[in-house]
Design a protein around this ligand. Structure first.
Ligand code: HEC
Length: 137
């Protein structure tokens, strides 16, 4: 069976196949924002996102998101724990950011646990991403 027959006759098989590929995680920042916003059921607020990002929630490590990414994450910044230089988090300054669902979910989980002491809500993730998207060169 050639590819065009497969496309015509086996859309479900093709979908199943596609979900096995790493590209299945591929997304755009706008798609991720839309998904978080839909999940939250409310519009995202860039002001709330900026405030959240710069808040020290008083957890053990005493960190805010800004401690590792910078208060305005448009430049490289030194991770407060590992001392490694991190690339800018704002998508307009780093086109790899918010393009991989699994990576974004994994890091949101880790970093929210460290900073806030729990996972971030969909609304918080939407707010942060909405704010990051306002940062332009
Ligand atoms: C202790 C340091 C540290 C803190 C604090 C921290 N991060 Fe991160 N963050 C990292 C590291 C390390 C990575 C993975 C390396 C990289 O992608 O630069 C990362 C990656 C991410 C990513 C992945 C983005 C992508 O698509 O590449 C997101 C989203 C993120 N962080 C958001 C946050 C948010 C929101 C907070 C605050 C709740 C936060 N981070 C706090 C160190 C930190």
């Amino acid at each position: 069976m050639n590819l065009s027959t497969l496309i015509r006759c086996r859309p479900l098989a093709l979908l199943a196949l596609a979900s096995l590929l790493p590209a299945a995680h591929a997304a755009t920042p706008a798609e991720l924002l839309a998904a978080y916003t839909a999940q939250a059921g409310a519009a995202a607020s860039p002001e709330r996102g900026e405030k959240f990002f710069n808040t020290n929630f008083g957890k053990d490590l005493g960190l805010s998101c800004a401690s590792c990414h910078g208060a305005v994450p448009t430049k490289g910044f030194k991770d407060a724990i590992s001392d490694k230089q991190l690339e800018p988090l704002a998508p307009a300054f780093n086109n790899k950011r918010f393009t991989d669902r699994a990576k974004v979910e994994g890091w949101y989980r880790n970093n929210c646990m460290d900073v806030v002491g729990r996972e971030c809500s969909a609304g918080e993730k939407a707010d942060v991403l909405r704010w990051l998207l306002t940062l332009k060169p």
